[in-house]
Design a protein around this ligand. Sequence first.
Ligand code: ZN
Length: 84
Amino acid sequence: MTKYVNQCPTCGGEVIEKEVTEVLSGGVNTAFVTVKVGVCQHCGERLYTPDTVRKFEEIETKLKRQETSNFRALGKSFQVSAFE
Ligand SMILES: [Zn+2]
């Protein structure tokens, strides 16, 4: 599962596994996804495994199609116009 490169492809820095929260959106919906990624200690570059990328695409498609019944709702999003 963990198939990160040990060295950052951008700067050659050391890559460690970290748990981060990514914000994904599809259509009008947004999801906060907690995921383990490789993070470069030097430049902060995030490295994803193909599995993670596929999972992100899956979630974005579900968001787009409003198939969010399996997602836990955190709150509502509002669109507010500040113009009167
Ligand atoms: Zn780097």
